[in-house]
Ligand binder design. Structure first.
Ligand SMILES: NC(=O)C1=CN([C@@H]2O[C@H](COP(=O)(O)OP(=O)(O)OC[C@H]3O[C@@H](n4cnc5c(N)ncnc54)[C@H](OP(=O)(O)O)[C@@H]3O)[C@@H](O)[C@H]2O)C=CC1
Ligand SMILES: O=C1CO[C@H](CO)[C@@H](O)[C@@H]1O
Length: 312
């Protein structure tokens, strides 16, 4: 499998498994089956509420000799109620306990937003903490502590824009190595990708096949005519075209599925390559549309609107 190479020569499989909205009662089978298929990269987060079940699947796969810990690349993310240098390692320890691991391969700050301890999603303005009081640079120091203590091999961030990144890059001892953001043909993030590449920061695409959104046919990536025409011409499925497009741009993908057939279908993308013409046709589809639009951060008289988060 193609990999992304890190500064110390560690390699992350470019295709991994997502676990958001994989219910605790279905995520065990999804992760276990994925590992049997050949997935070696799993994307987790404490806020997904299923890390214990993910951990059970990983532990069983290791116990049964299907993989070793070293074969796997495990990513997790710091939730926003644990920003601040002193809160990072305790939060990471909880994740490690749940996942039954001694170390992560990659730990990310999930959002450039801080709120009070124990809050899952703020419902009032008072539950947020202004970044002036909990600067991202301070939280980043907590990730650096975790790195130096060997609790994670790499550190990075998610949902950060260029300004957030510059803030960290300008003040850090250990440079970030990964930026996880929403990427797909309707939100190509080309400028951010160029910026990241220029700073030797890899990019991972979340929601690479549209995050299950299917209310509006015009915004359904899997039903898009161009994607389906390319799929038919190349004996691929629409999902495989979407994943192959990211991979060919050097962007890692972490499609979520709890369905064995779709897990296999997504994994099989590694055998396909798109022609330059097809890449160009997909380039023309950008609509700057977000499936994870950040509206869930909007509360009455609160500090954020969806737009302000992306443009801060
Ligand atoms: N950092 C962040 O803020 C975020 C990170 N993420 C991460 O990225 C991962 C991927 O994003 P996610 O939002 O889950 O969305 P995806 O783009 O991976 O889409 C998942 C949806 O597509 C369905 N699906 C999977 N494979 C296929 C296929 N081959 N054909 C048709 N439908 C398919 C799944 O259903 P089924 O399971 O039934 O197959 C599910 O409904 C997450 O799971 C999470 O790990 C996601 C959002 C935000
Ligand atoms: O990873 C994620 C999945 O979606 C959540 C919203 O429901 C986000 O908070 C988060 O970024």
């Amino acid at each position: 499998m193609k990999t992304l190479q890190f500064r110390n020569n560690d390699e992350m499989p470019i295709l991994g498994l997502g676990t958001f909205r994989s219910e605790p009662n279905e995520v065990y089978a999804s992760v276990y089956e994925a590992i049997k298929i050949g997935y070696r990269h799993i994307d987790c987060a404490s806020v997904y509420g299923n890390e214990k079940e993910v951990g059970n699947a990983i532990a069983d796969a290791i116990k049964e000799g299907i993989v070793t810990r070293e074969d796997l690349w495990i990513t997790s993310k710091l939730w926003s109620d644990s920003h601040g240098r002193e809160n990072v390692i305790p939060a990471l320890q909880n994740t490690l306990n749940d996942l039954q691991l001694e170390y992560l391969d990659l730990y990310l700050i999930h959002w450039p937003i801080a709120f009070k301890k124990g809050v899952e999603f703020p419902k009032t303005a008072e539950e947020f903490i202004p970044l002036e009081d909990k600067p991202l640079t301070d939280t980043w120091k907590g990730l650096e502590d975790a790195l130096e203590q060997g609790l994670t091999k790499h550190i990075g961030m998610s949902n950060f824009n260029q300004n957030h990144l510059i803030d960290i890059i300008d003040h850090t001892k250990h440079l970030p190595e990964m930026l996880q953001v929403e990427v797909h043909p309707f939100l190509q993030q080309s400028e951010l990708l160029e910026f990241a590449k220029a700073h030797r920061i890899h990019m991972t695409a979340y929601a690479p096949i549209g995050s299950g959104a299917n209310d509006d046919d015009d915004l359904n990536l899997l039903k898009n005519k161009t994607i389906n025409d390319i799929a038919t011409a190349n004996s691929m499925t629409a999902a495989q075209v979407l994943l192959a497009w990211d991979i060919q741009r050097g962007v890692s993908v972490i499609p979520k599925s709890v369905n064995p057939k779709r897990l296999q279908e997504n994994f099989d993308t590694i055998h396909f390559e798109l022609q330059e013409d097809d890449m160009k046709r997909i380039e023309a589809l950008d609509k700057h549309h977000r499936f994870i639009d950040g509206t869930f951060w909007e509360v009455e008289n609160g500090p954020y609107t969806a737009d302000s988060i992306w443009n801060a």
